[in-house]
Design a protein around this ligand. Structure first.
Ligand SMILES: [Fe+2]
Ligand SMILES: [Fe+2]
Length: 355
């Protein structure tokens, strides 16, 4: 059994991490500020350092020099701003970085990938199911009416979806996600998977792709405050219920506007139901008023809704859904709709009815 070496600046938090790795993992804690040298020979090194000061980075680099072999995978857990921490992780030669607040299922999945030859495994169908379930658990912790979602948690969910879509086929992701019970879990994870595939098709880099997926996960966050009886109604909405439902972009924007979310992500949440011809809501924006990122999410969102089954409507096939996107003409960005053809083509197996 491989030894996992945990480099930490807080031994009690390190112990919690060791416990979270499970009883089958032999984990050894090393206090970054202690006097002892860390042992060499671990099969995996995880660092869990809360504040990346110049001193802690110096100590971390020194510990890695002593403990890490040429093939040893190194997972860096990031506290605070993930983007900044990820740059630091790259500078330290980390194999992977994850937000420290990542759901345990995501941590375990990543550890399993790293300890299997240092390269993330190509997931089997079971592996994909685990990834989708982990993403669902992360999303469930984001999608709550009692407070705004934590930025790092959203980023961990986006990293997970992005990883899954890189390693598998989007149609398999959609098929697994279609079996989840909750309408909003199904929908937002479908939009996120489609956005990740769209990013891949467009040749976006990893960071831009994750950014897009983050927007996809958050786009309907305002629905967390819409009554569940409306959200999960097994029938078409009445006009009054529809008016209530259509408040979700403004509600979501209000939930996030005073948190640490960037303006483009806020625009995704507020404006993903806007159309280029001004016929959308809530603000009736037009053309250039709608950023590209929002246009990408809007296309993924409409397509996802069309291929989802509801008790009162059958799922459309990917081909039918794409034909509807094309028929929307000036409402959507024509170039992006054309680019989406490759995504639709990768989803061409009809979805299983799930409700
Ligand atoms: Fe929406
Ligand atoms: Fe949506």
């Amino acid at each position: 059994m491989h030894l996992t070496l945990i480099l930490t600046d807080d031994m009690s938090r390190g112990q919690r991490l060791a416990r979270n790795l499970g009883a089958d993992k032999r984990a050894l804690l090393h206090d970054l500020y202690g006097d002892d040298a860390p042992p060499a020979g671990a099969g995996l090194i995880i660092s869990d350092v809360s504040a990346l000061t110049s001193e802690s980075v110096r100590r971390l680099r020194h510990a890695l020099t002593l403990a890490r072999g040429p093939e040893t995978p190194f997972l860096m857990l990031i506290h605070g701003n993930f983007g900044r921490g990820e740059l630091q992780a790259t500078a330290l030669g980390a194999t992977r970085a994850l937000p420290a607040s990542a759901a345990n299922a995501l941590l375990l999945n990543t550890v399993a990938g790293l300890t299997d030859g240092g390269v993330a495994r190509t997931p089997t169908r079971g592996g994909l199911h685990d990834q989708a379930t982990a993403a669902r658990d992360v999303f469930a912790s984001i999608f709550r009416a009692d407070g705004p979602p934590n930025v790092a948690t959203v980023e961990s969910g986006a990293a997970l979806v992005n990883q899954a879509i890189r390693e598998t086929k989007v149609r398999d992701w959609l098929a697994v996600v279609a079996n989840f019970d909750d309408n909003t879990h199904r929908h937002c994870l479908s939009v996120a998977g489609l956005a990740a595939e769209f990013a891949r098709t467009l040749g976006l880099n990893e960071a831009d792709s994750r950014y897009l997926v983050k927007g996809a996960l958050l786009h309907d966050i305002g629905k967390a405050k819409i009554p569940r009886a409306i959200l999960n109604k097994p029938a078409p909405l009445t006009p009054e219920e529809r008016r209530e439902m259509d408040r979700h972009p403004a509600i979501g924007h209000a939930m996030l506007v005073n948190e640490n979310y960037d303006p483009l992500t806020l625009a995704v949440v507020r404006s993903h139901h806007e159309y280029l011809d001004g016929s959308g809501y809530p603000d009736g924006l037009r053309d250039k008023e709608i950023p590209d990122l929002v246009r990408l999410i809007t296309i993924s969102d409409i397509f996802a809704a069309l291929i989802e089954a509801r008790p009162y409507k059958a799922a459309k096939s990917a081909g039918e859904a794409y034909a509807i996107l094309k028929s929307m003409g000036p409402k959507l960005d024509g170039d992006l709709v054309r680019a989406f053809a490759a995504v639709a083509g990768a989803c061409d197996v009809p979805q299983r009815a799930s409700a």
